[in-house]
Design a protein. Structure first.
Length: 272
């Protein structure tokens, strides 16, 4: 039980937890609302309990941060985790899940010394698991993710964009000028990162996401060869509860073009 976490073991743990605690509740849960207005269901809390319990049994020395923990407990964890902790979003896409829309995921990352080193995003509806270890590449169901070539020019791209969380001026500019061919918003931030990594969308922008939204996905994109930064040109990942914007693309040249159009300072940062 004291062994170091291996990516394949973390994948198996997440997939088993989703089968047991998440999938049976799909289309069978009532929704409630948190103080910030976001949706929460019994599935969120049941899944967090299930994953947390399994992690603490298997690797008891590693701290745990979950989306459904009280904010003061989350703050204490980040202040005293000693640089190593699990970061879990037990159900990313809760509104979709509660509405019967089969687009949601579980996102789990292991963070060490201020950066994710393992990341798993599992999509139960499609039976897809995206995974990455720092320096080891990214995979989809065990098959390495490889960038498609060549990438289309920006004006022919499919963009993944969450307009409601962007600054109103930028959202209006995107709607009026539309630098890409078409735009989608699916409702699971963790899967947004992974779909960009898999080439299912070409460019990405989001105005505000939390650490459990991007911890695993940003690593998966980086290990697939993609690039990302905030709208301010900073690395997206920080071990903080503050919301972070995100700009991303799998192809480096396309990323630079996207950053130029968005006005990201200095063309953006490399890696995750």
């Amino acid at each position: 039980m004291g062994t170091e976490p291996r990516l394949e073991d973390v994948v198996a743990l997440v997939e088993a937890a989703a089968r047991e605690a998440l999938v049976p509740r799909f289309r069978r849960v009532a929704r409630a609302h948190k103080a910030d207005g976001s949706v929460v269901t019994e599935a969120d809390t049941a899944m967090e309990r299930r994953v947390r319990g399994a992690l603490e049994t298997r690797w008891p020395g590693i701290a745990f941060l979950g989306e459904e923990m009280p904010p003061d407990e989350q703050e204490r964890l980040l202040a005293g985790a000693g640089g190593r902790f699990w970061c879990l979003d037990p159900l990313d896409g809760t509104s979709n899940f509660a509405s019967g829309i089969p687009f949601f995921s579980v996102s789990l990352a292991l963070v060490e010394d201020g950066a994710p080193v393992l990341g798993v995003v599992h999509d139960p509806a499609r039976g897809e698991t995206f995974a990455a270890a720092r320096g080891g590449g990214a995979t989809l169901n065990g098959t390495p993710l490889a960038a498609p070539h060549p990438a289309p020019p920006l004006e022919r791209c499919i963009a993944l964009v969450d307009l409601k969380r962007l600054e109103p001026g930028l959202a209006a500019r995107l709607a009026a000028e539309r630098p890409y061919a078409s735009q989608r918003s699916f409702g699971s931030v963790a899967l947004d990162w992974c779909w960009i990594a898999a080439g299912r969308g070409h460019v990405y922008v989001h105005g505000r996401q939390r650490i459990w939204d991007f911890a695993a996905g940003s690593l998966i994109l980086a290990e697939a060869g993609g690039r990302s930064c905030t709208l301010e040109g900073e690395p997206v990942f920080r071990p903080t509860l503050e919301g972070r914007s995100a700009v991303a693309a799998l192809d480096p040249a396309l990323f630079e073009a996207w950053c130029r159009w968005l006005g990201v300072p200095h063309g953006g940062a490399t890696g995750g």
